[in-house]
Design a protein around this ligand. Structure first.
Ligand code: SAM
Length: 223
């Protein structure tokens, strides 16, 4: 396969790979492959795939929706979502979302890096920011939306058994929580299931990690 300027810079200038060196590759569909560097220059290169090194492992059909927070905390959520295994990350604007800062291209690069670091062979789809109302208005009805509802703190989390379609999503609110209007709307929708994350109110990024871990353990690919 041909290597473009950005990857050539990383592989041949930063990592200093020379012809004959091997590298592990994945494309999100065909598992992990061992490739040999055939040609290495500053701006381009050629890699030859030699053998498959591992199967494709894709995560369950789980989406994470969360309200972007401060930059480094948002980066943390994206990184952990990749490690814990999600198919799609959707940043949502809610009434009390604290930050509108979301660079889709940067977050995709961040997700690729996270996948490389944890040996994953899959990078989730990374969306651009959308308003919660709009997302809910266009929601696919067969996908269960698990809503982390801070007003249920202290109740059992309620994740159990697979959903009928296997398609699910988790929604985490901003530092300011959800507005009364948003809560009323969420409570009125047939595909929404509120859940609790224990007796304490968690920071948004902690809530995202805890919810993904609980869901994966009860209904995902951790069993
Ligand atoms: N300002 C809100 C309050 O005081 O109630 C807290 C918001 S919390 C920092 C951010 C988000 O994490 C919440 O909107 C919710 O989605 C989730 N969350 C945090 N702790 C939770 C809990 N114990 N149960 C359910 N969701 C929780």
């Amino acid at each position: 396969m041909d290597v473009g300027p950005e990857q050539a810079n990383y592989l041949f200038s930063v990592m200093r790979l020379v012809p004959g060196a091997t590298v592990r590759l994945f494309n999100g569909q065909d598992g992990e492959w061992i490739a040999r560097v055939e040609l290495a220059s500053k701006k381009r290169g050629v890699l030859i795939c030699e053998r498959q090194n591992g199967p494709q492992v894709s995560p369950p059909d789980l989406w994470l929706l969360f309200a972007p927070i401060r930059k480094e905390r948002t980066n943390f959520v994206v990184e952990k979502a990749v490690e814990l295994g999600v198919a799609r990350v959707i940043p949502v604007m809610t009434r009390f979302t604290n930050s509108e800062r979301w660079r889709q291209d940067k977050q995709l690069a961040h997700a690729v890096e996270a996948a490389e670091q944890c040996g994953a062979t899959f990078v989730p789809q990374i969306d651009d920011v959308a308003h919660l109302d709009r997302i809910l208005a266009n929601w696919p009805p067969e996908r269960v939306l698990y809503w982390a509802d801070e007003s249920r703190a202290g109740q059992p989390h309620g994740f159990s058994g697979p959903t009928e379609s296997g398609a699910a999503a988790i929604l985490i609110g901003p530092e300011g929580g959800f507005s009364d209007e948003e809560k009323t709307l969420l409570n009125s929708l047939p595909f929404v299931r509120p859940f609790s994350l224990g007796p304490r109110i968690l920071r948004a990024e902690t809530a995202a990690v805890a919810a993904l871990a609980l869901w994966q353990n009860a209904m995902g690919d951790w069993t």
